[in-house]
Design a protein around this ligand. Structure first.
Ligand code: E4P
Length: 226
């Protein structure tokens, strides 16, 4: 399962990109506004693209297909490999179908059920983003939708990539991988948490301490023979 960073924060993106663990970044209007409500979106998106270079989802904000297509055209002038992120509404599906005809990659966002994912796949979506955390937030089992989508995809041989989004904690990353998601897009904190284990830290500290003990013994031996 590939990992993307779900962020518009340049420091976070720079740090995680330097670890070599992500192959893309997803953004949305809320993530951009959180960084700076006055942010120059084009400039920020190009900065992110420079830092990561792989997948980059950029979301449209129009609610009608023509407006979405106009926005997609504009985004593609910024960089032609952009993935256009489109909400799971009927007008969005119309725009996805048009973009698929032009071989433009799309990421259908705000998917909360397997039937929505199926429709997005049939419209020609490259990625279907299932929002696991927001379903958990309202008392549903978000991961169940990923499992259903994986089952349907395997039974029917469907092709959109399954993207687990709205990740809240490291268990969501683990469960997404077990459920067969192709990608999980993770905020900075849970992604960094997923790299940590207290026994790793304890083990590193012990290796460093034992190495120092050895160096100290060697230094003592040298001093006594001089
Ligand atoms: C990613 O593509 C989504 O926009 C994002 O994961 C939403 O996450 P949230 O539910 O934490 O806002």
């Amino acid at each position: 399962m590939e990992l993307y960073l779900d962020s518009a924060n340049l420091e976070e993106i720079r740090h995680v990109a330097s670890l070599g663990i992500i192959s893309g970044v997803t953004t949305n209007p809320s993530l951009l506004a959180k960084e700076d409500p006055k942010v120059d979106v084009r400039k920020r998106i190009l900065e992110i693209h420079q830092l990561v270079g792989g997948h980059l989802s950029v979301e449209v904000i129009s609610l009608d297909a023509d407006g979405m297509l106009r926005e997609a055209d504009e985004i593609l002038t910024w960089f032609p490999e952009a993935t256009i992120k489109i909400p799971m509404i009927p007008e969005g599906l119309k725009a996805v179908a048009k973009l698929a005809d032009q071989d433009v990659e799309t990421n259908v966002t705000l998917i909360f059920s397997a039937t929505q994912a199926l429709a997005a796949n049939n419209a020609g979506a490259t990625y279907v983003s299932v929002f696991v955390g927001r379903l958990d937030d309202i008392g549903y089992d978000g991961m169940e939708v990923i499992r259903d989508v994986r089952d349907i995809w395997d039974t029917q041989g469907l092709s959109s990539l399954i993207l687990a989004a709205s990740i809240r904690h490291p268990m969501h990353i683990l469960e997404s991988a077990k459920a067969g998601a192709d990608i999980a897009t993770c905020p900075y904190k849970p992604l960094l948490q997923s790299l940590q284990h207290p026994l790793t830290d304890k083990g590193v500290a012990a290796f460093v301490a034992d190495h120092k003990k050895m160096q100290d013994e060697i230094a003592k031996l040298k001093a006594s023979t001089n």
